[in-house]
Ligand binder design. Structure first.
Ligand code: NAG
Ligand code: NAG
Ligand code: NAG
Ligand code: NAG
Ligand code: NAG
Ligand code: CU
Length: 682
């Protein structure tokens, strides 16, 4: 069967805005990410107070935009013509300075450090790529390690490393060392290193001292084979399949969106799109044009990934500590990869680089870290066929086209595809796709029949001598919704079943009706999904529609997986922000990272769960919604040697926000095939 090369062309309609340029022109915006010039300036300014360089034990762990004052941003934004001055532009820096974590705020206009303090609590800042690479070099030169490798009959030059944070397991000393655990893998015939772990070595590197602080070898020998781990097309051998036809989405008039600096305008949407080394994509000031009132209305002040939690379920020596907080430990932006045109993102996509500071403060760049594209996946936006009227048949259909901002974060073995999708109907969908390579454990077995009675493999045999270890993925988003303004409330609209009253003349025994309750405090707004039928709506109680309904946006959750570790288990204490699927907190510019600002070796004392304990008032307040997308992952053989994408997500959907269907008057668009093709079935 020869694969067919059939090209499908779709013609896209561009909505309100005309086709536009595909290049970014620099425009000042309070949410613009720090530029290379600004990062260099940060380095120069900091160096005046704290000499930078290897001898000074001063390293940059995080450099990002200092969250601008929200009220200043809003008045600047609402002035539209931008005659009001934007808030001062500042950088927030977390540095390691002679064994301490130092927080600095650097102001660009005064070219000065305007805030300077030492972090005194638990936890350490994000790891830099640079120090993880340095740690690898240190271990490769470490004599005891090299001896162990030789003793095992292995070749040092075939060994590669990833690093793992070590977590916290109840240690009570005030200060622990800032250490990581180095995990060796063996190439020798494969590039799929994660499938060939070298087990039984404990290698701890102190990052501040940059030296091996502990080394142990329990000399286990099992290692999965390299054979069968290949995934590069160029190296795989025929037969290939299943055959897919080439598909190209063509927009003869160019993309229907416009990018001005970092501001994206498409159809009825306008938002700012940025990159942060910890969060990845940051969406801000998203507003939607309402034809009825002829203006843009605010929806999302700021939305981004806040934290991820990936605990593995093997409690033994080589595995117990694998309980990552990926964004706080490794940086979900720092781990972003360059996206491939036409495969990671479709034709017509445009790309944005990710700029961040390396450990010595010099700017580093991830080219094409974010892409933006229009998506048409054959879905229907709305339709109706009317066949009941004599002598008249009506069919009205509008295809569903949306705009997607995408980033792929590859944290070691896993690739996370994070999509922010905007729909003309007013919905915003957040999508999370998991793909990449499993984290596996070598075993002596090749078949389930060999497993001893009562032995828990903590996973599935997915290949010869290879167990894919059970684990979870929890992906937490911070969503500062501002529905038509900042003063919002959270309404839990329960659907309650009623028995029909005896007095009503009906054969029906039951019905359901709505019972809305506004959450007064944070405690009222902690939601475990799936326990009752309820709609969760963020409303603006000061704004009502013509018919008296409060304008709002509803949360449409995706499939739900809750954490099932015990609450007193250390990883769960650190990741207590996953204890509920939904939380609401009052806006606080310091409460951004659900697992705490200092996630590495954190002790759970600065999590969303702790902030929520303050039980602050949240009615008619500027509120923030937190939502966790969860997956329990029992690996299967299909996940080997790479894993087909597993997807989850959720939707924020207008609810009495508009007076009527906002896409009613969308002109019909024809997604015709430009070239007439006869599909060849063979
Ligand atoms: C930091 O300042 C010192 C002294 O002024 C200078 O010699 C050095 O080159 C500067 N380092 C960087 C990285 O700018
Ligand atoms: C800009 O907007 C402000 C407030 O909306 C208004 O007072 C001012 O007249 C406008 N200026 C110009 C030049 O349009
Ligand atoms: C070790 O690996 C390197 C390169 O990967 C190779 O050149 C060398 O011959 C190997 N040594 C042994 C003893 O196998
Ligand atoms: C590798 O695996 C393939 C089948 O997947 C098999 O045909 C081949 O013999 C194996 N090669 C080795 C060296 O084991
Ligand atoms: C804001 O958050 C920080 C960190 O959680 C906290 O210390 C501070 O008290 C909070 N401010 C308010 C007004 O709640
Ligand atoms: Cu998984």
């Amino acid at each position: 069967m020869a694969p067919l090369h059939l090209t499908i062309f779709f013609i896209f309609f561009s909505f309100i805005f005309a086709a536009s340029s595909t290049s970014f022109t620099p425009t000042r915006h309070p949410f613009d990410p720090l530029t290379e010039t600004e990062l260099k300036l940060v380095r120069t300014i900091v160096n005046k107070s704290y000499p930078i360089g290897p001898d000074h034990k001063f390293t940059f762990q995080y450099v990002g935009l200092n969250e601008p004052d929200k009220s200043l941003v809003l008045s600047w934004h609402s002035s539209r013509n931008h005659t009001i001055k934007p808030p001062p532009r500042q950088a927030f820096v977390i540095a390691r300075d002679k064994g301490k974590s130092r927080e600095l705020v650097v102001d660009f206009s005064s070219r000065a450090i305007v805030s300077d303090k030492i972090h005194v609590g638990n936890g350490y800042p994000m790891l830099t790529n640079d120090e993880q690479e340095a740690a690898t070099d240190i271990v490769l030169k470490f004599k005891a390690f090299r001896d162990s490798v030789t003793k095992r009959g292995l070749n040092v030059s075939e060994i590669v490393f990833t690093s793992s944070t070590v977590g916290w397991y109840g240690e009570s000393e005030a200060e622990t060392e800032r250490v990581i655990r180095m995990m060796p893998f063996y190439l020798d015939g494969t590039v799929n290193m994660y499938l060939r772990p070298i087990e039984g070595m404990t290698i701890i590197v102190n990052l501040d001292e940059m030296k091996v602080s502990e080394f142990k070898d329990r000399s286990t020998v099992t290692m999965p084979k390299a054979n069968g781990t290949e995934y590069r097309f160029s190296k795989l051998k025929p037969p290939f399949g299943p055959a897919l036809r080439n598909a190209v989405v063509l927009q003869p008039d160019g993309p229907g969106f416009k990018v001005d600096g970092h501001v994206v305008r498409w159809a009825n949407w306008e938002f700012h799109l940025s990159f942060d080394v910890r969060a990845g994509v940051v969406i801000s000031l998203a507003s939607i044009f309402d034809m009825d009132v002829n203006k843009y209305r605010q929806v999302l002040y700021k939305g981004h990934l806040s934290e991820m939690f990936i605990p593995y379920m093997d409690p033994t020596e080589d595995w117990y500590f694998i309980t990552y907080l990926d964004c706080g430990d490794f940086g979900c932006g720092q781990c972003a990869v360059s996206l491939e045109p036409y495969t990671d993102c479709p034709a017509g996509a445009i790309f944005m680089d990710g700029i961040f500071a390396g450990q010595d403060g010099t700017p580093a760049k991830i080219p094409n870290a974010i892409c933006i594209f229009e998506k048409y996946a054959g879905d229907i936006m709305w339709r109706h066929t009317e066949a009941e009227i004599p002598n008249l048949e009506i069919t009205e259909v509008r295809p569903d086209v949306s705009l997607v901002a995408r980033i792929v974060t590859t944290v070691g073995n896993y690739d996370y595809i994070v999509d922010y999708e905007f729909k003309p109907s007013g919905s915003i969908k957040m999508g999370v796709g998991l793909t990449g390579v499993l984290e596996v454990k070598p075993v002596e077995y090749v078949h389930t029949s060999e497993v001893k009675d009562n032995e828990d493999l903590h996973g599935t045999i997915v290949a010869d001598n290879t167990v894919g270890v059970n684990h979870d993925h929890f992906v937490t988003f911070r969503l500062d919704l501002d529905i038509d303004g900042t003063d919002n409330s959270f309404v839990r609209n329960e659907l309650v079943t009623k028995r029909t009253a005896k007095s009503v003349n009906t054969p029906r025994k039951s019905y359901w009706t709505t019972s809305p309750k506004t959450a007064k405090t944070e405690a009222d707004a902690r939601v475990k999904l799936g326990q009752k039928a309820e709609e969760l709506v963020v409303v603006n109680p000061n704004k009502k529609t013509k018919h008296g309904n409060e304008v709002g946006y509803r949360l449409l959750p995706g499939s739900v997986s809750n954490p099932i570790l015990f609450q007193d288990d250390y990883p769960q204490i650190r990741a207590a922000f996953t204890n509920y699927n939904v939380w609401i907190t009052p806006y606080n510019r310091s409460e951004i990272w659900a697992g705490g600002l200092y996630a590495d070796r954190s002790r759970g004392d600065d999590t969303l769960a702790v902030w929520s304990q303050k039980n602050r008032k949240i009615e008619k307040k500027d509120i923030v919604m937190w939502y966790t997308v969860g997956f329990h992952h029992v690996p299967s053989q299909e996940d080997f040697p790479t894993m087909p994408t597993m997807s989850g997500g959720f939707e924020l959907r207008p609810t009495n926000f508009f007076e009527k269907n906002p896409v009613l008057k969308t002109k019909p668009i024809k997604l015709t095939t430009a070239r007439k093709c006869t599909p060849n079935i063979d």
